[in-house]
Design a protein around this ligand. Sequence first.
Ligand code: S3P
Length: 431
Amino acid sequence: MSSAKKLDYKNVSLQGTITVPGDKSISHRSVMFGSIAKGKTTVSGFLLGDDCLSTIDCFRKLGVEIEVDGTNVTINSAGMDSWEEPKEVLYTGNSGTTTRLMLGILSGTKLHTVMTGDASIGRRPMRRVADPLRLMGAKISGRDNGQFTPLAIQGTQLTAIDYTMPVASAQVKSAILLAGLRAEGTTIVREQEVSRDHTERMLRQFGAIIDVQDGVVSFKGGQQLKATHVDVPGDISSAAFFLVAGAIVPNSSIEMKNVGVNPTRAGIIEVLEKMGADMSVQVEDENASEPTATISIKSSQLQAITIEGDIIPRLIDEIPIIALLATQAEGTTVIRNAEELKVKETDRITAVVTELKKLGANIEATNDGMIIQGPTNLRGANLKTYGDHRIGMMSAIAALISSSPIEIDDAECIAVSYPTFFEHVEELLIK
Ligand code: S3P
């Protein structure tokens, strides 16, 4: 279902405090780890976004008992060996994380499974996961030799590999590590640029012994996970939209509580600091499995910067909203080394540049990023989301500063990661 939404905000500012919903990456993993572990895992702060609900649905089809009560989730599992061969196709919706991580998990079971997702998932590359898993012995087949869904997996005994990552991708790394749980030997993954490390942290939280040093993760197969409690922090990728709104909507002042600030995710904070944002970050518990902070931000004058190299994996999902931020900064912002944007929910280089141009932004696409000249006054237009939640939210934040209304073609897609997004806009709005 998709319906257009007209966003007509004029001379508004944003003020107040919000708690952004749970982290998408951590919510997915909590259900996966809770289903693999024997016993009762409890989760609080779970993200009720469509993507994470797809993960729950897949594990229910494998026979795992999962109860959802608001943002509390309880997973009762007798362990991986108790999973049933599903009679139905596992449907992963719009979720790349579900599809890729499940591929790793299912490869080492005794089950035959088939996975498919929506049209966007059907265009996203899966060989980046299927190929290393095949080196471990996985039996995966699918369109274009396993590049695209639907994918069929015949679970089998796996053998550990020593793998050097060709791209910075936490989904690829995690799929290999999760397959490594059932593999004979020690699985080693080498990263040239460090990607988000939620899987490594959660493996430890569930009692596994894992070694991480200088971009090399190693971990012995056959370890049993112990059920536990997972407290999911707020998603910094969702907070990013209101961090940028706070910085660019005149006379704004926003506080966000319980935001996850895992260093492998917090590139947006570094960007805002470098651009000269008026922001404070109060870290709450640095030693928690996933550190959190209260972040406050006020509108201010911003300076253009260059964003490239090893920060890119730490802010890859924030680039659409950073592009909007750059349209309001003085000077030329250059974003480089971000070719991974082309294989997200949509081609985010083309989508961001096409849509921001419609608003009058001075922005050009490059092979691996974009160049943005600012500051520019933005006008209204009819914008496309391409079914991509982050393009939808970028457009909605743009509407807070545009001189005339913006209409987006599909507001529902935002529920993939931030179902209460428009409620939070309304809560903060001062007219
Ligand atoms: C994710 C990893 C990233 C990110 C995605 C979530 C994860 O993808 O873009 O939204 O939960 O591991 P890649 O691994 O493709 O970079």
